[in-house]
Design a protein around this ligand. Sequence first.
Ligand code: IPM
Ligand code: MG
Length: 368
Amino acid sequence: MKHYKIAVLAGDGIGPEITHEALKVLKVIEERNDVTFELMPASFGACAYFETGDAFPQATIDICDQADAILKGPIGLSHEEAKKIPIDQQPERGALLPMRRRYNTYANFRPVSLPKSLAHFSPLKPEIIGEGIDLIIVRELVGGLYFGEKEMGVNDKGLRYVRETLEYDEEQIRRIMHEAFKLASKRRKLLHNIHKSNVLKSSVLWNEVMEEVAKEYPDVKVVNFLVDAAATALCLNPIQFDVMVMENMFGDILSDQGGGILGSLGLMPSACIGPDKAYYEPSHGSAPDIAGKNIANPYSMIGSVAMMLENSFDMAAEAKNVWDAMQGVFGDGYSTADLSKPGSGVTMISTEQFGDKVVEKLRNMPKA
Ligand code: IPM
Ligand code: MG
């Protein structure tokens, strides 16, 4: 019997609701397999700040340090609420970035996937979606502007100014490139390298290192794309993409656009992988406006569980069953509010009902 410890950080806003559904799915995985999960809940984000004065408290750090994997809900507050917290303790800067730094989770995988049968969820026309969207964004997660030196003050002209640094060394670029090329080798052998080398020197080095690494993967075809052009191409012709690799900030922006072309950010799970530790989280925020209403889509959180099963626990077959179960629920004509447009013929269900239906489907699936 395998035994894994999972730190569960439900987070803020809709975090607790969607985490609740994800944990129901984990329970079914335990029932169906020779595995037990020890869940270790811990507070993280704005809720942790209000409880303890620290958005990433030591007690949570200790739990995460011990865990085999971390399942993390979205964090953050509304623009107005956030102002009540000192800038460096706001959950993104006070909890999330320190966690990424602590576990050096440099490789962020963000699947953007919608089978043809669910094309009606997308704002794109069926002829654009063709046989379905199935690409994955590989985002560098611990470098660039997010982690560079920052400075704010008043300059010698008496004007308020700010300086943020975009810094990468070749090793940081090389390791994310290897992740991207390895993934591309296992898929369509096509890698889109996203950059802005017509302006940014960071992209010049990025591309240089990419070309060096490419020599080790001669069967992968590389297509270079400027990031602004990639934004347009994601709307006009997303099916040309398979694996896309990019630096931190570009990945933040284009992955949200990925949610846009699917029809909802609620369809965006992710895996954040470091040398010794990985954590799994929805790519989206905590949606404080709909928190507590039992209407959020738990797909991104349950999908993050699927990614955890595959990457951290070597349970790829069960991970696939989880994806199939969720798509089966959509396929039966149900969805949460984010994807139930008027006239779409979809029956709207709650967060909890979506979780229940996924659980029911999963229970009925043949065991691997
Ligand atoms: C994401 C989020 C985070 C980011 C925020 C919450 C700091 O938008 O994971 O994409 O910008 O990386
Ligand atoms: Mg983002």
